[in-house]
Ligand binder design. Sequence first.
Ligand code: RTP
Ligand code: MG
Length: 148
Amino acid sequence: MQRTFIMVKPDGVNRGLIGEIIKRFEQKGFALLNAELMTIDRSKAEYHYMEHQEKPFFGELVDFITSGPVFAMVWEGENIIEVSRLMIGKTSPTEAMPGTIRGDFAFCKEENVIHGSDSLQSAEREIENFFGLLKRHRLEDDFPFEDR
Ligand code: RTP
Ligand code: MG
């Protein structure tokens, strides 16, 4: 059984899509383990998106994800990391298939409704970042930001 971190981004919260997204994960048979509406600070956002820190869009990505409340969740299920990425759909609205969450609801690459972890390692790191205490030992070596 795997766990993953799923987050409704500020545009999804603002558009009232939390219920729709929870419904899809419940219908798929996944189990909700934790959830919280929260507004995150820049250091948590920077840590969340650390793989993109050298990208030209990093600043705007952090601006966006800290611009309003997000709905952070931990879900559990068989192969959930891979399956949830399929349910979420591709990053860009021109590539996200109808039937996926982004395919049905997102029209913009920069604001695309939902995030899902892309690997076991990122799921572990992201759950720790948002909900704390789990697997803390894996975080110490590669943490590049101050004042988290
Ligand atoms: P996410 O991490 O948010 O679930 O999205 P993802 O895996 O599908 O895409 P990723 O490559 O990890 O990119 C993270 C977020 O950065 C924004 N982005 N903007 N302006 C651009 O060219 C650009 N490229 C990526 C997207 O909002 C993406 O969700
Ligand atoms: Mg990603």
